[in-house]
Ligand binder design. Structure first.
Ligand code: C5P
Length: 301
C-alpha cells in the first residue's frame, strides 16, 4: 500500500418518522422509521501509511469512551488484513447525543473511505455486516438520502428523495440517553396493536407517491416520554409548528428537534425567533448529493 490522505464529510441524519414497535430477544427494539440525510456534517481527515498497525484520533472535542471511528478503522484493518498506521483528525460539528447520528455517520464515513485508501475493496454487503455489528444507525449511512428502516433500523429500503423544504434544527441543551429513552417506552415482546397501516407507513407511502401529505403523518414515539421529562422540548416543537413547519418533530431519541418549512424566509424568521435553543438551518440531502458531497477539499469547506 501507498501512503495517502483524504478528507471526507460525514453528514447527519434526522428521522422524518419513527415508531418503536416491540422488544426483541436480543435486547434491541424493532423499529419502523424513515431516515433522511441532511447537510449538517462533521469533517474527518484520514492519513494512512504502511507500517505497524496503529489507529489514532485527534479531535477538537473530547469524546467519551472508545470512539466509533477507531472501532470502524480497526474493523476495516482486520477485514482487509493490511498492516497500516491510520490517523484521524475529527472536526466535530454534529452535536453529540442529539439523535442526529453523529457518531454513526463518522463510523460509516470511515467504512466507506478507508478500504480505498488502503488499496483494497470491501464489498457493500460485507460493509453492511460490519456496520450492523458496530451500531444500529450505521448501515443507513452507507446508503444515505431517504430510506425506510425496519428491524433494529438496519434493514434498509431506499426510497424516492423527500425533495425540497427548508430545514431548521433546534438544539436544546438537554441530553437524552438512548437506552433510557427506549426503556421508558416500556415496550413488551409483542408488537403493539395498531391500525393496519401505521402512521410511518402512511408517511412512507405518500412520500413514495410524491404526495405532500406525507408530512402530516410523521410521528416520533419517543416524544411523549421525553417531552414529559423535558417540557422545553414540547414548547420548542410548538414554536416550530406555529412558525409554519411541517413536519416539526424530535429526531431519534432526542433531544434535537427539526422543522421543515415551505419557504426560506419563513425558516429564517423562525430561526431568529427561537432563542431558547440553538437554531441551525439545514437542507435535506438526496442520495446523489450525499454521495457527491462526501469528498471534501483538504480544508473541509
Ligand atoms: O445500536 P446502538 O449501539 O446505536 O444502540 C444503542 C442502544 O439503544 C442499545 O443498546 C439499545 O439499548 C437501544 N436500541 C434499541 N433498539 C434499537 C436500537 C437501539 O433498543 N433498534
Amino acid at each position: 500500500m501507498q501512503p495517502g490522505v483524504l478528507t471526507v464529510r460525514a453528514f447527519a441524519k434526522i428521522n422524518l418518522s419513527l415508531e418503536v414497535l416491540n422488544k426483541r430477544p436480543d435486547g434491541f427494539h424493532n423499529l419502523r422509521t424513515i431516515f433522511q440525510t441532511i447537510s449538517l456534517h462533521d469533517v474527518i481527515g484520514i492519513a494512512v501509511s504502511p507500517g505497524e498497525q496503529a489507529v489514532t484520533l485527534e479531535s477538537d472535542l473530547e469524546i467519551p469512551g472508545e470512539n466509533l471511528i477507531v472501532r470502524a478503522a480497526r474493523a476495516v484493518l482486520a477485514e482487509t488484513g493490511v498492516s497500516a498506521s491510520v490517523h484521524f483528525r475529527l472536526e466535530k460539528r454534529i452535536p453529540m447525543g442529539g439523535g442526529l447520528g453523529g457518531g454513526s455517520t463518522d463510523a460509516a464515513a470511515v467504512l466507506l473511505a478507508l478500504p480505498g485508501l488502503l488499496g483494497c475493496a470491501v464489498p457493500l454487503p460485507r460493509l453492511m455486516e460490519i456496520a450492523t455489528a458496530l451500531g444500529s444507525d450505521i448501515p443507513f449511512f452507507l446508503v444515505g438520502g431517504t430510506a425506510a428502516g425496519l428491524g433494529r433500523g438496519t434493514e434498509l429500503y431506499p426510497m424516492p428523495d423527500a425533495a425540497g423544504g427548508f430545514g431548521l434544527l433546534v438544539l436544546p441543551d438537554v441530553h437524552v440517553s438512548t437506552p433510557d429513552a427506549f426503556r421508558s417506552l416500556n415496550r413488551g415482546e409483542a408488537p403493539p396493536p395498531g391500525p393496519q397501516v401505521s402512521l410511518t407507513e402512511q408517511a412512507g407511502l405518500a412520500l413514495a407517491a410524491g404526495d405532500p401529505s406525507w408530512a402530516g403523518a410523521c410521528v416520533n414515539d419517543f416524544e411523549s416520554a421525553v417531552f414529559a421529562r423535558h417540557p422545553l422540548l414540547a414548547d420548542l416543537r410548538s414554536q416550530l409548528e406555529s412558525a409554519g413547519a411541517s413536519p416539526a418533530r424530535m429526531t431519534g431519541s432526542g433531544a434535537a428537534l427539526f422543522g421543515l418549512f415551505p419557504a426560506e424566509a419563513q425558516r429564517d424568521q423562525a430561526a431568529a425567533r427561537i432563542t431558547a435553543a440553538r437554531p441551525v438551518p439545514f437542507e435535506l440531502l438526496t442520495r446523489q448529493e450525499y454521495r457527491q458531497r462526501r469528498f471534501a477539499s483538504p480544508t473541509g469547506q
